[in-house]
Design a protein around this ligand. Structure first.
Ligand code: GLN
Length: 320
């Protein structure tokens, strides 16, 4: 097989020459459709196919997938010089595109997602970290200072919140709990990749069940909060490819908050903080649950769209 750089028409020849080997790959129909095209043509075809599959950010998604297979060559460089991409790049692109056309989330197709200052590994076993959740990170950083602190992340998933907070606060340590062993494996990889291994412990469990009384200065969580009936109407990326365990908040969306909030006075030390991500219309309900549990200093913080996204508060300080 010839090496890169390949002459422009080598793409067609290579597809023919490797057709048998390629035939079983998910992207093979696309690779065949791309014969006779240069990279600009492949890109146009891909954007049209993504749009036809109902994907709104078709241009962005195409750009990210092409960039991913070309790395470290940029799309602009490869468009300008056909010798900088090969039919193998196109075949890999076609495999990624085939997944995306089935509405697999871009984060799962690429295997990672930027969150806060980090680039986190993502699989179908974890909720893709969302920009909304950065509002929680920001709120916690704003109220908790720099002093040593031991934190708990309930339902840690990819480990996004835990990793972001520990990466900002070198004196902090933390524990991440998740019910899903597959999610914990992803979280561990993220913790390791962010060089936070000595300060973060992960364990399997159902919320705070197995944890000792008053052992945390801070408890955070982005629990499942989608109303069950609403789940079926979400876009296919979320509905079909993200874990229901991380999304399904039960009949009224508040199931997880009932369990977590009832346990906060036990888990937190006196005066300890908590921060919970919420759905945009759940502020009043979650504040009421927190108040009923005897938590104080309660407030709602918005996300970048100005919608309620975080409920913050504290455990009562010890008397006297
Ligand atoms: N914000 C997510 C969504 O709307 C839900 C996250 C969650 O349930 N914790 O898809």
């Amino acid at each position: 097989m010839s090496q890169r750089p390949s002459p422009p028409n080598a793409f067609d020849d290579a597809v023919q020459a490797n057709a048998t080997e390629q035939a079983g790959r998910p992207g093979f129909p696309l690779v065949q459709a791309w014969q006779g095209l240069d990279l600009a043509g492949i890109r146009r075809h891909l954007v049209a196919a993504l749009r036809a599959a109902g994907i709104d950010e078709a241009e962005d998604d195409a750009r990210f997938m092409i960039g991913h297979v070309l790395e470290p060559v940029s799309l602009a460089q490869a468009l300008a010089d056909a010798a900088l991409w090969s039919w193998q790049d196109a075949a890999r692109l076609a495999d990624l595109a085939a997944l995306r056309l089935r509405r697999v989330p871009l984060s799962q197709v690429l295997g990672s997602k930027p969150f806060w200052t980090l680039d986190l590994k993502v699989t179908g076993d974890v909720l893709t970290p969302r920009a909304d959740t950065e509002a929680l990170v920001e709120a916690v950083l704003g109220c908790c200072g720099n002093a040593p602190l031991h934190m708990l992340d309930l339902g840690t998933g990819s480990g996004a919140i835990l990793a972001a907070l520990l990466s900002e606060r070198p004196a902090w340590t933390g524990q991440g709990i998740d019910l899903s062993p597959a999610a914990l494996a992803v979280a561990q990889q993220n913790i390791d990749a962010c060089a936070l291994t000595p300060r973060a412990q992960l364990a399997q469990g159902r919320w705070g069940e197995a944890l000792r009384d008053h052992s945390f200065d801070l408890v955070v969580s982005n629990p499942p909060y989608i109303v069950r009936e609403v789940l079926a109407g979400l876009e296919p990326e979320v509905r079909d490819h993200e874990p229901a365990l991380a999304l399904d908040g039960g009949e009224d969306g508040l199931d997880a908050y009932r369990v977590i909030i009832a346990d906060l006075p036990r888990l937190l030390r006196a005066g300890g903080w908590f921060a919970l991500e919420i759905g945009y219309d759940q502020g009043a309900a979650v504040l009421a649950l927190a108040e009923a549990a005897g938590l104080t200093a309660l407030e709602c913080r918005p996300d970048l769209a100005g919608l309620d996204r975080v409920v913050l508060g504290q455990a009562l300080a010890a008397n006297g």
